[in-house]
Ligand binder design. Structure first.
Ligand code: SAH
Length: 350
């Protein structure tokens, strides 16, 4: 059966026509799905009952099943989803004091980048998510909100490397940002990449002011190659050049992410090297203290050391901050919940 969430508005219209339905039904159905967070055709009460039944038999809306749903004290919620083929993925809802409601979504099952400290890539890449599967995560998250809340932001920081699944990501983000889709402004969408220069350039060609975050994690190529194997053969200089051209094209300041690993990349000399590297760029640095992953030999630096690292960056005139941690106790970091469920049968601790 065809899947509604894989269709553009025009494709849905022509599907309706092929079925002998009026074209305006496409708009009606989309308003129910994206505006009113309907989870099934049965809920679309202003459609004739016969039509609702027919849609249910001929068109698929949701293709995933919620295997686990967790909620942390700070309002963070996490879903483990099972896809139609049995693969699993994760998405997260983040709430903050400014009433931002942010969906963090995955773009792949597993990840092929192999970052040494990351849970998502430990078992390699399984497959890309389709555009509809990415959109479905947004809808599942939107459905967790109260009536008074609105999904305001999207961060593409879940499992997978977004720029390794560009076409599906672009098409999902079109739905996320379309006024008759989820209506989230492109400026409120952040795409985090391991740093693929070609992908960054392709992203710039979209002419959409998405916010770009680049995972740097080391101030020199040698250490970066150890922490981010996908970066071997991709000099930091070439990543920065691509990010600079992203800024030139979109006017959006680029954020650099830096996972702080105790004893590895958190020395004052490394802070100074990072500061030299980014000096003069309209950049922002997000320092992320390592979120422990069972079985991985890295250490979260003491908060004093983290603060000192950030202070050194600031002294050099850089914009830098520590990214606050959310979702404590619910395996909110990318790939963690899926891994737990690979080891324990689903549902036991969800
Ligand atoms: N593939 C994308 C998205 C990854 S998730 C990328 O590489 O940017 C978003 C950020 O979390 C990345 O910077 C990633 O390196 C970081 N991250 C992954 N595992 C982490 C961990 N255990 N602790 C802290 N940050 C982590």
């Amino acid at each position: 059966m065809p899947r509604l969430l894989e269709m553009s508005p025009v494709q849905l219209q022509s599907w309706c026509q092929d079925q002998g339905l009026a074209r305006y039904r496409a708009g009606q159905v989309r308003r129910w799905v994206f505006g009113r967070r309907a989870a099934g055709f049965a809920e679309m009460t202003d459609l004739p009952r016969a039509l609702r039944n027919r849609l249910e038999q001929t068109l698929v809306l949701f293709t995933t099943e919620v295997l686990a749903h967790r909620r942390a004290d700070d309002g963070t919620e996490k879903l483990l989803l099972e896809l139609a083929d049995g693969a699993r993925t994760e998405c997260v809802l983040l709430r903050d004091e400014r009433h931002h409601r942010t969906a963090c979504v995955s773009t792949q099952v597993g990840c092929g980048m192999g970052c040494a400290f990351c849970a998502s890539g430990l078992d390699g890449l399984v497959r890309n998510l389709s555009a509809g599967e990415i959109v479905e995560q947004l809808l599942r998250i939107a459905r967790l909100l109260d009536r008074s809340e609105r999904l305001s932001h999207v961060v593409v920081m879940g499992m997978g490397e977004p720029l390794a699944n560009l076409e599906n990501l672009f098409s999902a983000l079109k739905t996320a940002t379309a006024p008759d889709g989820l209506g989230i402004g492109a400026r409120r969408v952040t795409i985090s990449t391991v740093g693929l220069p070609k992908g960054i350039r392709r992203l710039a060609e979209q002419h959409a002011p998405y916010h770009l975050a680049v995972s740097l994690h080391a101030p020199d190529d040698r250490l970066r190659g150890e922490l981010v194997p996908a970066g071997r053969g991709v000099p930091i200089a070439s990543i920065l050049a691509a990010a600079d051209s992203y800024f030139a094209k979109t006017g959006r300041r680029v954020t650099y992410e830096y996972v702080l690993l105790g004893g590895l990349n958190d020395a004052p000399t490394q802070a100074r090297a990072l500061q030299h590297l980014l000096r003069g760029r309209p950049a922002m640095v997000n320092v992320i203290p390592f979120n422990p992953v069972p079985g991985l030999p890295f250490r979260t630096p003491a908060s004093d050391d983290t603060a000192r690292f950030v202070e050194l960056l600031r002294q050099g005139g850089l914009n830098a901050q520590v990214r606050s941690r959310k979702g404590e106790g619910i395996d909110a970091a990318c790939g963690q919940l899926r891994r737990r469920h690979l080891r324990a049968p689903a549902g036991l601790d969800g």
